[in-house]
Design a protein around this ligand. Structure first.
Ligand SMILES: *Cc1c(COP(=O)(O)O)cnc(C)c1O
Length: 485
């Protein structure tokens, strides 16, 4: 009997169709600039153009690509657009996408060392490279009791660090794993400007909002170590266990950098776990001249994480997390059912990354980091980061020199928070008008008690002229608003 071709897994068909998809992507990049940065569709517009039921019969790729152009692309906000300055960048690069494609093509599950040894070892190795490139302390190297792991997101990294901290704190009181609350509640701390993933992590880890404390910040958005010490001391005196402190290097609103060395001294007095969330800013530690404030105090941290998927030209998702002592993470998350039993795990001589994360299965994410670092080289990545920082600095100087505008926070790396001196309502209207124009896209933040426009430079395609153009547009719109007022 003749073997039927398997359309789902036919190498020759894939070769042909993959080329068409790669061409489609290359054309998309080439034609990004004239498109409106932000999607213009209304809720429901996209679904209204999709058939109500899934097809029974196969359709050709050409039909799908036609719908991609017709239905999907108009419903996109173009995160890779050179004038995308909102939130934080979700940067990507050709090599990273090729790594993603290879990961999908190989289709391996790297949950255990034994389920695909190269998947685990490449990840360990590339994170050792990255640790060295960022100038992070030796204690995070895999050669000791620490090491790195790739998570999907900074939120997952924080959750796992918190669960490891919980394990360490409760281990001292009982030998039952995974215990969130004993008679003495565990308490976690982060600054008022820390990311919302802190609250989410505390809820999931069973501490809850009640025992997730937000610590006051100074005028520049940095955690006040004195207020942290007071809160931890008060909790201890009340019979609670100060368990986990998350310091932020580069807050989401304004890029503020917590004083990690001072925080570490407070944390050490309580024997609590210190986690550093450097999700966005961490990438800049690749540049030695930008590094010192970003890694200060890291030698006292129990865990340190950042998102290569934000500013390191690696596509989403890729969060790098290092722990100084993997014991607690593994003790908290290892379950070791019979059906996964294998000689390598039993030997104790390998890393099983399923024990460092929430899901069991895991993708071969190290490939995209490996291809990005190898095919671009660290120096080219540094060059992009330096350019972004320099252009943001120029933008900040234009803001500062214009009497209509003011800086609302000290510029941080490639992030500038600013507003109109005419007040928050005027700033809000200005942002709405700029975004409605479609030539650029920015988001907002609350800085102090002010409404701030927030320019985050970091898309791989951004050039200086795009930063100049968005300033010219702000200037024009501000003049127009003054005229009509
Ligand atoms: C972006 C960001 C996060 C959350 O990142 P995810 O990877 O999307 O979970 C956490 N902390 C900070 C400081 C961030 O900027």
């Amino acid at each position: 009997m003749r073997r039927m071709p398997t359309p789902a897994f036919d190498p020759e068909r894939f070769r042909r169709e993959a080329r068409a998809v790669v061409d489609w992507i290359a054309d998309y990049w080439r034609t990004l600039e004239p498109r409106p940065v932000r999607s213009q569709v209304a809720p429901g517009d996209v679904r209204a153009q999709l058939p109500p039921h899934a097809p029974n019969e196969p359709e050709p790729l050409s039909a799908v690509l036609a719908d991609l152009d017709r239905v999907i692309v108009p419903g996109l906000t173009h995160w890779q657009h050179p004038a995308f300055f909102a939130y934080f960048p979700a940067s990507t690069s050709g090599p990273s996408i090729l790594g993603e494609l290879l990961a999908a093509g190989l289709g391996v599950q790297g949950m255990l060392w034994s389920t695909s040894p190269a998947c685990t070892e490449l990840e360990t190795h590339v994170l050792d490279w990255l640790r060295e490139l960022l100038g992070l302390p030796e204690r995070f190297a895999s050669s000791g009791v620490g090491g790195g792991v790739i998570h999907d997101s900074a939120s997952s990294g924080l959750l796992c660090a918190l669960v490891a901290a919980r394990e360490r704190a409760t281990h001292l009181q009982s030998n039952r794993h995974g215990l969130a609350q004993t008679e003495r509640p565990l308490v976690a701390y982060a600054s008022a400007a820390a990311h919302s993933s802190f609250d989410k992590g505390a809820r999931i880890a069973g501490l809850g909002d009640a025992w997730a404390r937000r610590i006051a910040v100074d005028a520049r958005g940095r955690m006040d170590p004195g207020a942290l010490a007071a809160a931890m001391d008060a909790d201890l005196a009340a019979g609670r266990v100060p368990c986990f402190v998350c310091a932020t290097v580069g807050t989401t609103a304004s890029g503020a950098i917590d004083p990690v060395p001072e925080i570490a001294a407070v944390v050490a007095r309580h024997g609590a776990w210190l986690h550093v969330d450097a999700a966005w800013a961490g990438a800049a530690a690749l540049c030695p001249e930008l590094r010192p404030p970003l890694v200060a105090g890291a030698e006292a941290a129990d865990s340190w994480g950042f998102n290569p998927h934000k500013w390191l030209l690696v596509n989403f998702d890729c969060h790098a997390l290092w722990v100084a002592d993997r014991t607690w993470l593994v003790q908290a998350l290892a379950t070791r059912p019979d059906y996964l039993r294998n000689a390598a795990t039993d030997s104790g001589g390998v890393v099983d990354y399923a024990e460092w994360q929430v899901p069991l299965g895991r993708r071969f994410r190290a490939l995209k980091l490996w291809l990005t670092l190898r095919m671009l080289g660290a120096e080219a990545i540094r060059g992009r980061i330096r350019a972004h920082v320099a252009w943001a600095g120029e933008f900040a100087s234009w803001v500062a020199a214009d009497p209509r505008f003011e800086l609302l926070a000290q510029p941080s790396l490639s992030l500038v928070c600013f507003g109109l001196r005419a007040g928050d309502a005027a700033s809000r209207r200005l942002l709405d008008r700029l975004n409605a124009g479609g030539t650029a896209f920015l988001s907002q933040a609350t800085v102090g008690d002010r409404f701030a426009l927030r320019l985050a430079v970091g898309a791989a395609l951004t050039e200086r002229r795009h930063v100049e153009a968005v300033w010219a547009e702000f200037s024009r719109l501000a003049a127009e608003a003054a005229q009509s007022a």
